[in-house]
Design a protein. Structure first.
Length: 454
């Protein structure tokens, strides 16, 4: 009885433990499925699901393998043949000069061309990690912009939905006042209130369209790498039904460059941009192109070929034994006519390298100008945001309240009440747009301040 009771107790405990684990997992999965996706989570999913990074890694592996192959000597060539075979009888032993020859030829490349080709391909392969860093930074920008567009549409819808009840109440007030002939409400006031409510409905339709577009654009980055799997996409799309209520907080890594009192010089900005993976990628590209100049210069050097052969001869018809032959030789080309080949190849390699240097200079200038533009934009947006938060929104609200109070005391115009309410709503939407544009500008600045870890 004791053992049976013990076994029953253990079974109950095991079943209870399974139930606890199952409920815990259900709670976790439910909370995960309904949790809102933050901007950082969306960016992280996009980075993990970007197939371009896989392609870049495969290109790097390909170039590294090609680099190893380029440093290997070319394969020797085996030669087999008959020499001096008489055409009247084709008898191998008839003539003393007839031989069966086996030879090997080995080509020795020009100068240090093998080592330089390996070096060039290795440098081209080392560009891929930098390209991946730049790609990740650009993905962060694209995903952040789509996320912020979706957040803006969602929050604008919320602001309008909050005010729609107020406008519906104004319609009811105007209807009641007009029906009872109490106060100064006119038919045009009632029509105006209903018109503004209809306009709000139209704005909501437009905003829902923008929200759908933003989510569709964001979906390009949230799709999983495997085309046949959609679990992550379905999970991510459902999360947009509950966006975070709080505005995301983003910061820049070099706040001292964004001071109103200190406008950095282009050279100072450039010192912060030279570690950007896009710039470093061009540095490596310049180095690889410069190696191409050295490879072209190797063509002034001769290419050698070493050959060795063994010739077998049959015995003479009278039985006299004939000696076999062994031959060895050396061949070399003579680069004498270089004006139209080697000189032009070196000239082409030099021009190609200078072209890449120009590409780097243009990119650096573009990034410096982009930083200056985004910096000025952020400073002005900060000023506008401060003005809205400290004064404008408060003044708009006070004006709307004053208009409503005056109207309820038969000392104001109903049209002014509607206009002030619409102006207050538009001001709150403008404040939201300013904050979203601030965050987008910070995202752009963060891309410019990306530092390479390679």
């Amino acid at each position: 009885m004791v053992s049976i009771h013990s076994q029953f107790t253990q079974t109950r405990w095991r079943d209870s433990w399974k139930s606890i684990v199952y409920l815990t997992l259900q709670i976790f999965l439910t909370s995960s499925a309904t949790a809102a996706m933050s901007i950082d989570e969306a960016v992280e999913i996009a980075k993990n699901n970007d197939p371009w990074l896989d392609g870049s890694l495969q290109r790097q592996i390909s170039l590294e393998a090609e680099s190893t192959a380029a440093s290997t000597m070319p394969d020797p060539m085996l030669n087999l043949g008959f020499a001096n075979l008489p055409t009247d009888t084709f008898d191998f032993g008839q003539e003393a000069m007839t031989q069966f020859k086996v030879g090997v030829t080995q080509t020795i490349p020009r100068g240090d061309s093998l080592e330089l080709q390996q070096k060039q391909l290795g440098r081209r392969g080392s560009q891929e990690p930098l390209l991946r860093e730049d790609r990740i930074a650009k993905v962060s920008v694209s995903v952040s912009h789509h996320w912020l567009d979706a957040y803006r549409a969602k929050e604008t819808i919320r602001l309008i939905e909050d005010d729609r009840e107020l406008f519906e109440h104004l319609v009811d007030v105007a209807q009641s006042s007009y029906t009872s002939a109490v106060g100064k409400t006119r038919q045009q006031d009632l029509i105006r209130a209903q018109l503004e409510l209809t306009r709000l409905e139209d704005r909501l339709t437009v905003l829902n369209e923008r929200l759908d577009i933003s989510l569709s654009q964001l979906g390009e980055w949230l799709l999983p790498r495997a085309p046949g799997s959609r679990e992550k996409w379905q999970y991510a799309r459902s999360d947009w039904q509950d966006l975070p209520a709080d505005m995301p907080v983003l910061s820049v890594p070099q706040p001292e460059l964004l001071s109103m009192a200190h406008a950095p010089e282009p050279q100072e900005i450039a010192t912060h941009l030279v570690s950007h993976p896009a710039i470093l990628n061009l540095d490596v590209k310049i180095a690889a192109s410069a190696t191409g100049i050295e490879i072209a210069e190797q063509k002034y050097k001769p290419e050698w070929k070493v050959n060795a052969s063994y010739g077998y001869r049959d015995d003479a018809p009278n039985g006299l034994e004939r000696s076999d032959f062994f031959s060895v030789g050396l061949a070399v080309d003579l680069p004498l006519f270089t004006s139209n080949r080697q000189d032009k190849q070196v000239q082409s390699a030099i021009a190609s390298t200078e072209s890449v240097r120009t590409e780097k200079a243009l990119l650096l200038r573009s990034m410096v100008a982009a930083f200056d533009t985004q910096r000025s934009r952020l400073l002005r947006l900060n000023e506008r945001n401060e003005l809205y938060q400290s004064r404008l929104l408060l003044e708009m609200h006070e004006q709307a309240e004053a208009s409503l109070t005056a109207y309820t005391n038969d000392d104001g115009d109903f049209a002014e009440v509607v206009r002030s309410r619409i102006a207050e709503l538009n001001a709150r939407i403008d404040a939201l747009n300013i904050e979203i544009e601030r965050l987008k500008t910070i995202v752009q600045l963060n891309y410019l301040f990306t530092k390479s870890d390679v």
